[in-house]
Structure formats: C-alpha cells, structure tokens
Design a protein around this ligand. Structure first.
Ligand SMILES: [Zn+2]
Length: 345
C-alpha cells in the first residue's frame, strides 16, 4: 500500500542496495525505518524496478505520458503533498500524539497555500522537534480528534483553529473557505471525517466552526480564529481567492468589497460573476492553472474567452484589475495595482 516496500525486498536482489541508494532523493524516499516509498516516476533505467511497487497513482506526482516529472511548480507541489501524506500514514505517530496543523490539513485534503513542510506536524503531551517531526504542545480533547487513513488527526475545524494560531491568517482562511464552501477537491473516499463535514448544511458547519473558538489556547489565538471565521465566507472558488481575502484585510479593505458578484447588463442578463467588487472596480484573481500549459490550443481558446468576458465587463463601465500569485504574496504589489485602478489603499 502507498507505493511502499521494505528494504529487505530490494536488498536480496543483485546490486539491490546500491540501486536503492541511488534512487533515494530521485524517485524513492525513506518513509520510516526500513520502509521506502516511490513518490514519482523517473527516467533512470535502473529505477524501473521500483515502478512495480506503485499500487496507487494518487500518491504519485501525476506524470502524464511524456511530461517530465519536474515539469512545473504545480507538479512539484503535488509530489511534495503526496509524499507528506505518505509519510504521515506510513510512520507511527509519536506516543499520545495527534496529526495536526499543516499535516492535518494535508490529510483532510484542505488546500495548502504555502510550501508543504518537510517536518510532520503533531500535537502531543510534550513540545519537541526532531529532524522529522515537530510536536506542538496542546494535547487534544477526544472530541477534536478524527481518524483519516487510520491515523488520529485533529478535526477539520480544530485544524483551522491551529492554523490560525500558528500558521497565519492566510493559511487558516484558505482552509476555512474550503470547509465552508462544502465542495470537495479530493475524492470523498479518502476520509470519512471529511465527508461528514461536507454533508452538513452551512449552518451546521458554522456551528462546528464557532465551537472551536472557546477552545483556543490564548485570547490572541481566539481573536485571530474569530477573525478567520468573519473573513472566510466559503465564497472563494480557489485558494488564490482565499489568499486575496487575507491580503485585502492587510490593506484595510475588509468591508469594502463584495465577493462573487453577478454583473448584469441593462436587459438584466448576467454578463459575468466576478471574484471581488470594490465600488466600480472589479478584482479578478488568477490562480496557477487557468490556462493548461501543455495544451496550447485550449490555452489560446481560454485566453480569448477571458478577453471577451473582460471587454464585456469594461463595457458596463467597470475597471478590471487582475491579481496573480506574484501580487498576492506581496501586499505592496497588490496595493500598487489597486491604487493604479483607483482604489484608495
Ligand atoms: Zn529514479
């Protein structure tokens, strides 16, 4: 399972040890003592024998035929995510510890906007840090723990609360938006806990969310968590849009925008549904993968459709600002773009 195999199985093959060593850091990584896993396909002939251990493609970096493993940032991020998840499942958690923080977000299939951390994150009775794990102090009440792939993990809303306390506003808003939106980007069979959250109506989800506020470990953490719940309304359609909410907050624009607004023409027909609207200024957020890079015809088609849509919005008298990842990770850059369009920031 999980594309894993033991060292023993390889060591009995001629030259097995040497080949395994050469595959480490290439397509194979060490998961636990004596246990290894294939996390991506590579083109080295010698390493093909490891392909036979691949039993679940979801754990692999998705390598479409002919596309090199390091094709893009996105692929790397996917590979890191798959690898982080595999390690969480293959390793035995430290005694009394529960998978938490970013690692919990990974297991719940919540979107991760920062780089996937090398360290596996847990919460447990003692705070400690080794080469492989980081253990946060507060142990969990039983009610806050769910199980994903056989591992104890903080419940989705407890995870958001921990992210708000330790990983920052943007990470927490992204996770909260995703949970409130109630739409899954992972296949439901991944985790019973996640399915449960998604099948709840919004009011139930909000109640579950607010129940966590009383369990924050400090008043500062509680304040930040409540802020996350105020800002995340489940309207964002991508992690980039969730990140934009955090940036707009930094720029003092909370309350000044509306999200997912339908723009109508004089005849009352919908021209577009825009990501953010600040007065007469439309702010559109472009994530990573709007245009599929490997399919030029599709990319061109998407680009033209986008252009027509934008022209129609401008024809209604709106100004359009487009924000990309590069803008969103740099609030000063976002501010400059908004200012140029006439937003007071
Ligand atoms: Zn390899």
């Amino acid at each position: 399972m999980f594309n894993s195999f033991t060292r023993q199985r390889i060591a009995i093959l001629p030259d097995g040890r040497r080949i395994l060593d050469s595959a480490l850091g290439c397509c194979v990584a060490r998961a636990a003592r004596g246990i290894y896993a294939v996390f991506q396909l590579c083109e080295a002939d010698e390493h093909r024998m490891f392909h036979s251990f691949i039993d679940d493609e979801r754990w692999l970096q998705t390598v479409a035929a002919g596309r090199r493993p390091d094709a893009s940032v996105q692929d790397k991020a996917k590979a890191q995510l798959a690898w982080h998840r595999a390690r969480l499942v293959l390793r035995r958690p430290p005694a009394g510890a529960v998978v938490s923080h970013v690692s919990a977000a990974v297991l719940h299939g919540l979107p991760i906007i920062s780089a996937v951390p090398e360290l596996l994150e847990y919460s447990g009775p003692i705070s400690r840090r080794t080469a492989h794990i980081r253990m946060h102090r507060p142990p969990r009440e039983a009610a806050e723990v769910s199980s994903v792939l056989g591992r104890p993990v903080t419940s989705p809303w407890a995870t958001v609360r921990d992210l708000a306390a330790d990983a920052g506003l943007a990470a927490a808003i992204t996770a909260a938006d995703h949970l409130l939106r109630g739409r899954s980007i992972i296949t439901p069979d991944h985790s019973p806990a996640v399915v449960e959250v998604y099948s709840q109506p919004v009011s139930e989800r909000l109640r579950a969310a607010h129940a966590q506020a009383s369990r924050c470990r400090s008043s500062a953490a509680a304040k930040r968590y409540v802020k996350v719940l105020r800002l995340a309304r489940g309207l964002s359609e991508s992690p980039a849009e969730s990140l934009a909410i955090a940036v707009l907050d930094v720029l003092g624009l909370t309350g000044a925008y509306r999200q997912q607004v339908r723009l109508l023409n004089r005849e009352g027909q919908e021209i577009a549904r825009v990501d953010f609207l600040i007065g007469r200024i439309v702010v559109e957020v472009d994530g990573w993968s709007k245009y599929p890079a490997e399919d030029r015809a599709a990319a061109l088609h998407a680009f033209r459709a986008e252009k027509r849509r934008e022209d129609a919005i401008r024809a209604l008298g709106y100004t359009v600002v487009r924000l990309e990842w590069a803008d969103l990770i740099d609030p000063a850059r976002t501010a400059a773009k908004l200012r140029a369009a006439g937003v007071r920031v």
